[in-house]
Ligand binder design. Structure first.
Ligand code: GLA
Length: 414
């Protein structure tokens, strides 16, 4: 077995000249004035936007986000960073060095250093999973999309993110359109409210009831994806099963307990989260319908991007629009402002527009033909932001076009 050597120089690091980076320079000054010493490194994490696949990551289904160019920066002290340099005792294997920000593993040509890079990639994936688990300490049962795209993003491409095992595959977006983020200016704090966890619980309960009613071991099933896997059927077949097995009327806790053969105490202590203990009815049919149909839309979106037919933009736009309707009607995670903003975006030239992220506030993402971008921005500003004083104050940072950006990284001052 060939040996590998690593010099202690800087994984996750990009040397930067602070004079060329006004934001970092400013950050450094503030840091120094606060703490009296200079930061040893700076960390950047990108903003993210989910193009399609809402509220399905925690059900085990793939989602399709991208990191955007906009980011946050953190200055840190102290720090130790490394560039990976690899050398081999067998001189037929050439030396290799790379920055961990740009690990490329060519599967068709398995060079020796790739085995080492696979280890590094593994650590990046593990970091994403650690961050997903960490977020749950705040109380929200998140699915891991944000953490995954934050670590695994690459400039110029969106990613299909699959879960268990966590995997990211490039999805090249059509070049004739741009994605525009628009803030509804409505805030929804996921951790301070129970909206999000109620949906996670509805999906969990739908999983348990579907499993029980289809004769599966419901106690060990947590995600709607598990039901599909165990039954070995397609997403379309799962939609039919939901219609056959669940009813559209909300389920009371009594009905759920009766169906599963458990007490209310068991339901509360073994299934529900702390902030959903007192919820008395759950919509299982609607939530499961959204999840299985949205999961199918994600796969369709990826397929269209790959095949790139002449009407790709149109087809992708339709999927985004269907996604918004499903979020609004079946998942009930929209709000009047988001619906209004989506309508405005469609009215002024977006081919597709939808709420992005958890919903109940926050942002929309719209796909706009590149040649219509300027008039689109002008008209949306006028129709949504300039009609309301509060929104007007937030206008500058609320509406922008963006491209797929790179993932998280660490800067050190050169
Ligand atoms: C939030 C969560 C994600 C995901 C989205 C909805 O952003 O953090 O894990 O569930 O909502 O798609």
């Amino acid at each position: 077995m060939a040996g590998a050597a690593m010099t202690a120089e800087a994984p996750d690091t990009v040397p930067v000249q602070l004079v060329e980076q006004p934001r970092l320079q400013k950050l450094k000054e503030i840091f120094m004035s606060k703490f009296g010493s200079a930061p040893k490194f700076y960390v950047r994490a990108p903003g993210r936007v989910n193009l399609i696949g809402e509220h399905i990551d925690y059900c085990g289904y793939s989602v399709l986000p991208m990191a955007i160019e906009q980011d946050i920066l953190i200055a840190v002290e102290p720090a130790k960073s490394q560039v990976v340099q690899l050398a081999n005792t067998n001189s037929s294997y050439l030396d290799f060095s790379t920055s961990v920000n740009n690990i490329e593993i060519n599967k068709t040509k398995p060079q020796w250093h790739n085995y080492f890079l696979c280890g590094l990639k593994g650590i990046q994936v593990e970091l994403a999973e650690i961050c997903t688990k960490s977020e749950r300490y705040i109380g929200t049962e998140g699915g891991g999309m944000d953490q995954a795209i934050s670590f695994l993003a690459e400039e110029g491409t969106a990613k299909l993110i699959e879960f268990s095992p966590l995997r990211a595959t490039d999805v090249k977006l059509p070049s004739e359109a741009v994605f525009v983020i628009a803030n509804s200016c409505v805030e929804m704090n996921k951790a301070a409210t129970s909206h999000y966890n109620i949906r996670v619980m509805e999906c969990r309960l739908a999983t348990k009831l579907l499993s029980k009613l289809k004769g599966l071991d419901w106690k060990n099933m947590l995600r709607l994806h598990d039901v599909q896997t165990k039954l070995g059927v397609s997403l379309e077949e799962m939609l039919t099963i939901v219609e056959e097995v669940l009813h559209p009327e909300p389920y009371s806790t009594e009905e759920i307990c009766k169906c599963l053969g458990i007490s209310l105490e068991e339901l509360r202590s073994q299934i529900l989260t702390q902030n959903t203990q007192d919820v008395s009815t759950f919509k299982l049919y609607q939530r499961a319908k959204h999840v299985y149909s949205e999961a199918a839309r994600v796969l369709e979106f990826k397929k269209i991007c790959k095949e790139a037919p002449a009407n790709a933009v149109q087809l992708l736009g339709e999927l985004m629009n269907q996604s918004h309707i499903s979020c609004r009607e079946m998942y009930e995670c929209s709000c009047p402002e988001l619906d209004r903003l989506v309508d405005i975006c469609l009215q002024f030239g977006a081919i597709g527009s939808r709420l992005t992220g958890a919903g109940w506030g926050g942002c929309t993402v719209s796909m706009v033909p590149t040649d219509k971008l300027n008039t689109f921005l002008k008209n949306v500003k006028k129709a949504y932001y300039q009609t309301n004083v509060q929104r007007l104050a937030l206008e500058n940072n609320s509406l922008f076009a963006t491209k797929p950006g790179r993932g998280a990284l660490v800067f050190i001052e050169a």
